[in-house]
Design a protein around this ligand. Structure first.
Ligand code: AMP
Length: 429
C-alpha cells in the first residue's frame, strides 16, 4: 500500500528538533510569567464570523487564506489563522474584564493559513503571543515590546531590528487617507494590481506593498506622522522615549501599517536582518483599542504581539545545537533474573529524579556497552544474573571507566552523592 504523506505546508516536529521548541517555550514562559502574564488556551477553531469581524474581510488572511468549512451541524467554522481574535472572544465571553481591570495574557499554539508555501511560510505554523487588555497607558505598549525583545535576546538571537510606527486614531487616519489618496491618484496606472484596488478600498495598505514599482512611488508619499493629532503625536513620542530609556533601539518606519480601523497608535515589527531570507519578520504587533468593541465587548484599550516559532527555530538552528536532556544512567542487563530487576532499578532511579535509559534489547553485553557509550549517560549500570542473585549492581563511570560493585540498595541510598558527582561531571563537559 502507498504511504500517506503529511498535508502540504505542514511539518512534523521530530524528536531531534523538539528540544528547540521546548527551549523557546520555556524561555518565553519564564519571562512572561515573571512579568505577571498568564497563559490562556483557546480553541483551535472558532465561528468564521469571529475572524471576519476580528481580522477584517479586506485582509489577505480573511479574504484568501482561511481554512473555512461547514461542519455537520451546518455551521461555518474556521481554523484559527491567528491568536488575538480568540483571546478577545474568550475575554468577553468569560467576563475577564469584570474579574480585573487589566488582563495580561499569553498563548502559544498552531495557526492555519492557506498561503503559498515557502521557506519560513507554512500552512500550519505556530505563534506565541501576548496581549494586555484594559490599559491605554503607553507603558503597556513599551512593556510588551520589551518582553518580546527579552525573549529573543535570551534565546541568543542577534541582528534583529525593531521597526516602529504610529497609525494614530481612526480620526487621524481619516485625514491621512485623504492626503495619501491625493498623492497616489496621479500614479494610479503605475501601481501594482492589488494596490490599484486598495486605492479605493484601503489605501494605507499600499504602503506595505512588496512590489518594487509601487514601493518607489510610496517613498515620497506623505507620512502619517504629519497627520497625527497632538495627543497621538505625544503618545508616539512617549513610546519612543520609553523604549530609548530601556536601551531598546528602533527604526521608525512610516510604511508599517495595519490596515484596519480598530488598530490604533503603536504598530511594530521585529525583523531578522540576517538568516531568514525573504520571510524575515519574526514577529509583529501593536495596539488595537477598537477590537474588543468590534467583537461585542466593552470599550477596552489593548495591545499585543505574536511571533512565529518556525522562524525563531530557523534562526536558532543556525546558532546552536538543540538542547538535549543529559542522561544520568544507562542500564544494561542480560539474563532471566537480571532483566526484570534492571527494569525495577531503572524505575526506582527515575522516581528519585534521575534520567535513566534502560536497554531493552537483551543482546550480548558487548553490544549493550557500545550503546551505553554512545548514549551520553554519565554512568552505566550493569546487571547480570550473578548481580541479580546477590542483589548487587556494577556501577561504571563512562568517562573514566572506573567501576565498582555495590548492593542495589546502596545505590539508591547514595542518590544524593551520585547526583553531586553527575552534576560535577556534566558541568565539566
Ligand atoms: P502576523 O499574525 O501575520 O502578524 O504574523 C506574526 C508572525 O507570525 C510573523 O512575523 C511570522 O513570524 C509568523 N507567521 C505568520 N504567517 C506565517 C506562516 N504562514 N508561516 C510561518 N510563520 C508565519
Amino acid at each position: 500500500m502507498t504511504a500517506i504523506d503529511a498535508i502540504k505546508g505542514t511539518r512534523d516536529i521530530l524528536p531531534e528538533e523538539v528540544g528547540y521548541w521546548q527551549w523557546i517555550e520555556s524561555v518565553a514562559r519564564e519571562i512572561l510569567n515573571r512579568a505577571a502574564y498568564q497563559e490562556i488556551r483557546t480553541p483551535i477553531f472558532e465561528q468564521t464570523d469571529l475572524f471576519a469581524r476580528g481580522i477584517g474581510e479586506a485582509t489577505d488572511v480573511v479574504g484568501k487564506e482561511m481554512y473555512t468549512f461547514i461542519d455537520k451541524g451546518d455551521r461555518s467554522v474556521t481554523l484559527r489563522p491567528e491568536g488575538t481574535a480568540g483571546v478577545v472572544r474568550a475575554y468577553i465571553e468569560n467576563g475577564l474584564h469584570v474579574k480585573g481591570s487589566l488582563q495580561r495574557l499569553w498563548y502559544v499554539g498552531p495557526m492555519f493559513r492557506y498561503e503559498n508555501v515557502q521557506a519560513g511560510r507554512q500552512r500550519q505554523f505556530h505563534q506565541l503571543g501576548c496581549e494586555v487588555l484594559g490599559s491605554a497607558d503607553p507603558r503597556a505598549d513599551v512593556e510588551v515590546i520589551a518582553l518580546a525583545i527579552d525573549i529573543l535576546t535570551t534565546l541568543g538571537l542577534k541582528d534583529l531590528r525593531l521597526d516602529l510606527n504610529s497609525v494614530g486614531t481612526p480620526d487621524d487616519r481619516q485625514q491621512y487617507r485623504e492626503a495619501l489618496v491625493n498623492y497616489l491618484t496621479p500614479y494610479k496606472e503605475d501601481l501594482d494590481p492589488d494596490s490599484k484596488i486598495r486605492l479605493t478600498r484601503n489605501p494605507m495598505r499600499i504602503l506595505d506593498s512588496k512590489n518594487p514599482e509601487t514601493r518607489k512611488i510610496v517613498q515620497d508619499a506623505p507620512k502619517i506622522w504629519d497627520h497625527l493629532a497632538p495627543e497621538s503625536r505625544k503618545r508616539f513620542e512617549q513610546v519612543q522615549q520609553q523604549l530609548t530609556d530601556l536601551g531598546i533601539g528602533f527604526t521608525l518606519n512610516p510604511c508599517l501599517v495595519r490596515g484596519l480601523d480598530y488598530y490604533t497608535h503603536t504598530a511594530f515589527e521585529i525583523v531578522a536582518e540576517t538568516g531568514l531570507g525573504a520571510q524575515n519578520a519574526v514577529g509583529g504587533g501593536g495596539r488595537y483599542d477598537g477590537l474588543v468593541t468590534e467583537l461585542g465587548g466593552p470599550e477596552t484599550p489593548a495591545v499585543g504581539w505574536a511571533m512565529g516559532l518556525e522562524r525563531l527555530l530557523l534562526l536558532l538552528q543556525q546558532l546552536a545545537s538543540a538542547p538535549a536532556i543529559d542522561l544520568d544512567f544507562y542500564v544494561v542487563s542480560r539474563g532471566g533474573k537480571a532483566e526484570p530487576q534492571a527494569l525495577q532499578l531503572a524505575q526506582k532511579l527515575r522516581k528519585q529524579g534521575f534520567a535513566v535509559d534502560l536497554d531493552l534489547t537483551a543482546s550480548a553485553f558487548g553490544k549493550q556497552f557500545k550503546r551505553a557509550d554512545r548514549s551520553g549517560a554519565a554512568a552505566c549500570l550493569i546487571l547480570g544474573d550473578d548481580e541479580a542473585v546477590n542483589g548487587t549492581v556494577q556501577l561504571k563511570w563512562l568517562g573514566s571507566g572506573e567501576q565498582e560493585s555495590m548492593p542495589q540498595a546502596n545505590l539508591l541510598e547514595k542518590a544524593a552523592v551520585l547526583r553531586d558527582r553527575i552534576q560535577n561531571l556534566n558541568s565539566k563537559r
